[in-house]
Design a protein. Structure first.
Length: 325
C-alpha cells in the first residue's frame, strides 16, 4: 500500500483548528498560505496518497482560499502541475492573469512553480492531484499558456483523465506499490493528452480565451479607478460593448458582477491587514473604486453575509490572536 498522510481538525479545540490548518498547509505544500475569509474556527480533513510520483489528495474543508506567493514558488524544490477536481462545491483558480471556475465534473490546472490563488467560497470536497512536470517535458507543451484554465472533464480525453484520477485515488488502498506507480504514469499521460487537446483548440475558442485574458488584465490594472466602466473598457480594448459581454456569456457571472467581486475581494483583503487599521472602511472602499459608502455596505452584506464593520472586527481579532500565539 502506498505511503499516505492524514490530517483532521476533529480532535482540536475550535480556537486551535484555524491556526493548525494554516501550519499544516504551509509545511505540507512549501509555504502555501491559507486564508479563512475571517472565520475564527475551521473544520478540515485531508488525506494524501502517492501513486508513484503523482500525489492524490482528498480535501474536505470549510470555505477558504490558498495563496502561493512568488517567493514561496521560487523556493520550491519540486515542480508540479496541480489539478483541482471538485466532488462538491467549486473552486476559482487564478494564475498568469487568468481565472478559471471549476465545478463538479470538471478540472482546472495550475503550476506550483509560479504564484497562484485558489478560492473555495463554500464548503468543499475536492480531489487535488499533483503531477510532476517531468512526466510532460517530452511533449513540447508551452505550459504557461495552458495554466490557470479549466481543462474540461465533461467529455473526451479530459473526461477519461478525470475518471482515471478519481478511480486511482479510490482504489489506491488495494494496489501494490508497483501498480500504483503505473497508475501514476497513466495519469501523467492522460493529463498530457488533455493539455495537448487544450493547446490545439480551434482558432475561435483560443482567440476567445485570449480576449478574456486581456479583459481580466485590464480590470486588474484599473480596479481602483472609480471610472472603470464597460464603455471605457470597450474603447481601451478597441471592441464593442457587446463583444465584451459575449466574452462572459458562458461564465457564471456577468462582466459587471466580475468587477464587483474583484473589488469586494480586494476590500476584504485590505480589511484583514492590521497595518490598514488606521483607514476607515469608507476609505478602503473608495480606494478600490466604490463611489458610495451606502452602496458598498449594501452589496458587501449581500455577498458576504455580515456588515463590513463586523467582518473587519472579526478578521482583526483573529489576526491579533495569531500574533499573540
Amino acid at each position: 500500500m502506498p505511503a499516505e498522510t492524514r490530517l483532521t481538525t476533529d480532535n482540536l479545540a475550535p480556537q486551535d483548528s484555524a491556526l493548525a490548518w494554516r501550519d499544516w498547509m504551509a509545511s505540507l505544500f512549501d509555504g502555501l498560505e491559507s486564508d479563512l475569509y475571517g472565520d475564527t474556527g475551521f473544520d478540515g480533513h485531508l488525506h494524501s496518497a502517492w501513486a508513484g510520483d503523482v500525489v492524490l489528495t482528498q480535501l474536505e474543508a470549510n470555505r477558504h482560499r490558498v495563496i502561493r506567493r512568488p517567493r514561496a514558488a521560487r523556493a520550491s524544490a519540486q515542480r508540479y502541475l496541480k489539478i483541482v477536481a471538485p466532488w462538491h462545491g467549486q473552486a476559482v483558480v487564478q494564475q498568469h492573469g487568468r481565472q478559471a471556475l471549476v465545478q463538479p465534473g470538471g478540472w482546472a490546472i495550475y503550476d506550483t512553480s509560479g504564484s497562484y490563488e485558489v478560492a473555495n467560497p463554500q464548503r468543499i470536497r475536492h480531489l487535488i492531484v499533483m503531477v510532476p512536470t517531468h512526466l510532460l517535458t517530452q511533449r513540447g507543451l508551452h505550459l504557461p499558456t495552458l495554466m490557470g484554465r479549466t481543462v474540461g472533464g465533461a467529455a473526451g480525453i479530459s473526461r477519461v483523465a478525470l475518471d482515471a484520477m478519481r478511480s486511482t485515488y479510490q482504489e489506491l488502498p488495494s494496489m501494490t506499490a508497483e501498480a500504483a506507480a503505473g497508475a501514476g504514469r497513466m495519469i501523467g499521460e492522460l493529463v498530457c493528452l488533455s493539455l495537448q487537446e487544450l493547446a490545439g483548440h480551434a482558432p475561435a475558442p483560443a482567440l476567445q480565451a485570449a480576449f478574456k485574458d486581456r479583459i481580466h488584465a485590464y480590470i486588474a490594472q484599473h480596479l481602483r479607478d472609480p471610472q472603470l466602466s464597460i464603455e471605457r473598457m470597450a474603447q481601451a480594448l478597441n471592441c464593442s460593448k457587446r463583444h465584451l459581454h459575449n466574452a462572459f456569456a458562458n461564465a457564471d457571472t456577468t462582466l459587471a458582477e466580475y468587477i464587483l467581486q474583484r473589488r469586494l475581494q480586494a476590500c476584504m483583503d485590505e480589511m484583514r491587514q492590521p497595518e490598514s487599521r488606521h483607514r476607515t472602511i469608507s476609505e478602503i472602499a473608495f480606494g478600490w473604486g466604490f463611489s458610495s459608502s451606502a452602496h458598498f455596505s449594501r452589496v458587501f452584506r449581500a455577498r458576504v453575509g455580515v456588515s463590513p464593520t463586523e467582518f473587519r472586527s472579526t478578521a482583526l481579532d483573529l489576526a491579533a490572536g495569531l500574533q499573540s500565539d
